[in-house]
Design a protein around this ligand. Structure first.
Ligand code: COA
Length: 565
């Protein structure tokens, strides 16, 4: 079918729907709709002539002339009957353990149209909103979308009226800051964490800290530290620990609240954001963003950075943990293995907020390269990159440094840098062609389109797809790694990869790849006119799009092709 995706952003869910539909042979166009520019949308519909318009994540309404002339389906992240713009916020606020996704026909009542498909999902305890969205909700949404698309294609299915499904429709209002407010004197750790997780990653919880106004982002429980409610108790790897009425929580990131007329704040590691405002506090040991565990011959180095972004400091801490893991007597070392983002490369927010963004970009890319080099040159054990969530740019290339790449079936990869105006580093000029060949490497980096798990496996980017629910991925990876470690041929494989690395290095040393890539990156970072600076600023400051991006406009409109070409 000819399907036009209409979305407010080419975000994780839109990308996933895009790759899943393309992998099934549909001809998929993408139009990013910036209300109120309905004319651009109308023009895209005329150009694409779709059989179906599908909105995986749309914050504005589709104009009536479009939904009355075409079948337009809306993905709503809630069960049948749920309506309104803050479904997941309400679900987490009310402690729902079951939720769902419904595909509705667009009509005059927002979220009130006929139902084409609905799929349930679980809500794991303690999950943050955006993690839920990229995990269980994304899985349910894809199931519902594929079912709805099949039903539309079949031509005989009659969508059901919501009223006939005996669901009580209820429209819940926008979940605003008044509902998120934390009373540090009275609220328990559980209440504080619920507020923080329901607001993560956006919009955060509006609050005061050290005499300034912030949005608080993210939250983890603290086991031992205690203090006067509301007081800051410690720092740890850039996060701050704050006492609640009955315990304490870690807050990893802060974003300054916008002053009237001022620019929007940038989300930063809490200690960096507070800067000179931060009082003298004890720094406690590492975690919870990096953790190592060992089960016999298998080591697992888990890391989880907000938004998948890795600052200079985070890269260095992860490298130190990686080196330590390499001193352990294991034969398989798994990197990652957690739910949500694997990595999205260098930390563009920290770079943007630095006194000298060019210098910080340079420091960050070298710290990233040092980490990738350590993985690439590990020759005494097998390394596995286990992607429970998406990876992009340098983060995708970090995965390719490992001997095997495993990914959860719902993962979307973006193995390219072009959209950020970068040439790229992380030894990609070695690892990407090594895996997919030079032609595919060129196409992936030039087209700058996402690749789903199945397409990635066909291309050779990924070795194993793990069909797990997000919550089961870590345990499933551990048992697969144990099986790998028990293979009789393991030592032979380790010897073979060492030999290959030596052969490859004889043709072109790793250092030469690094030097050439970094020379290109240096030229970009230190050229104030390079598009990278404006693109980074627009990304970090979340500038609205002014038009459909070129790489999406360039999608073929007549040729059916799939990601597994
Ligand atoms: N640096 C800083 N923040 C980053 C980041 C990076 N490299 N990559 C992602 N993030 C943040 C986003 O700003 C967003 O923050 P928010 O939750 O506060 O809005 C969050 O992580 C999730 O990203 P989002 O864009 O909403 O997720 P997505 O799954 O829809 O899209 C990407 C993922 C990877 C396509 C997109 O985030 C992206 O293009 N990132 C930049 C990748 C890059 O160019 N890296 C640098 C070169 S190595």
């Amino acid at each position: 079918m000819r399907i036009l995706l209409v979305a407010s952003a080419f975000n994780s869910l839109t990308q996933r729907v895009f790759v899943e539909l393309r992998d099934r042979g549909h001809l998929v166009g993408v139009q990013l709709a910036q209300a109120p520019d309905d004319d651009a949308l109308r023009a895209a519909v005329r150009r694409h002539a779709p059989d179906l318009i599908l909105a995986p994540m749309l914050k504005s309404a589709i104009p009536a002339d479009l939904w009355s002339a075409h079948t337009c389906l809306i993905v709503h992240p809630g069960p049948i009957g749920d309506r309104g713009p803050s479904s997941l916020d309400w679900a987490l606020h009310e402690g729902a353990r079951q939720w769902g996704v419904t595909v509705l026909q667009a009509d005059a009542v927002m979220d009130g149209g006929d139902v084409w498909a609905t799929e349930p999902c679980t809500v794991p305890a303690g999950v943050a909103k955006s993690d839920l969205y990229r995990g269980e909700i994304s899985d349910a949404a894809v199931r519902a979308v594929l079912l709805a698309v099949d039903r539309v294609a079949g031509g005989t299915y009659v969508p059901q009226r919501q009223a006939d499904l005996a669901a009580v429709g209820r429209t819940r209002p926008y979940f605003d800051q008044s509902l998120r407010r934390i009373d540090w004197q009275r609220d328990s750790t559980a209440q504080v964490l619920r507020a923080l997780r329901g607001a993560d990653s956006q919009p955060g919880v509006a609050d005061e800290l050290c005499g300034a106004e912030w949005f608080l982002h993210g939250g983890h429980p603290e086991g031992q530290l205690r203090g006067r409610p509301g007081e800051l108790l410690a720092t740890r790897a850039g996060a701050v620990c704050r006492a609640t009425a009955d315990g304490a929580v870690w807050i990893p990131e802060l974003r300054a609240r916008r002053r009237p007329g001022g620019p929007p704040g940038v989300k930063l590691p809490a200690a960096t954001a507070l800067g000179a405002l931060l009082p003298e506090l004890p720094e406690t040991a590492d975690g919870p963003d990096i953790a190592y565990r060992e089960d016999g011959p298998v080591g697992v180095l888990r890391f989880a950075f907000p938004g998948g972004a890795m600052s200079t400091d985070q890269c260095r801490r992860l490298l130190a943990a990686y080196r330590l893991a390499c001193t352990r007597p294991t034969s398989v070392l798994v990197l990652g293995g957690d739910r949500d983002f694997f990595s999205n490369g260098i930390h563009l927010n920290v770079i943007e907020a630095a006194d000298d963004p060019a210098e910080e970009s340079w420091a960050n890319i070298q710290a990233m390269d040092d980490l990738v080099e350590a993985v690439l040159t590990t020759t005494d054990r097998l390394t596995v990159a286990a992607l429970g969530g998406n990876a992009a740019a340098g983060g995708a290339m970090l995965a390719l440094a490992a001997d095997e790449v495993w990914c959860r079936s719902g993962v979307v990869l973006n193995p390219h840098y072009r959209l950020m105006g970068l040439y790229g580093s992380e030894y990609w000029t070695y690892t990407l062609p090594r895996r997919v060949g030079t032609g595919a490497a060129r196409r992936l980096t030039e087209e700058a389109l996402p690749v789903g798990a199945t397409g990635a496996q066909h291309l050779g980017l990924v070795d194993r797809i793990v069909e797990s629910a997000p919550a089961d991925f870590a345990a499933d990876v551990r048992s697969l790694a144990a099986r790998l470690a028990a293979l009789p041929a393991l030592q032979e494989r380790i010897a073979a990869k060492k030999a290959r690395l030596e052969r490859d290095a004889a043709l072109k040393p790793l250092a030469a790849h690094r030097e050439e890539e970094l020379a290109r990156m240096h030229a970009i970072f230190f050229d104030p006119q390079a598009p990278y600076h404006a693109l980074r600023r627009a990304f970090v400051r979340k500038h609205p799009l002014t038009r459909n991006p070129d790489h999406l406009d360039a999608l073929p409109r007549t040729l059916v092709r799939s990601a597994s070409r």
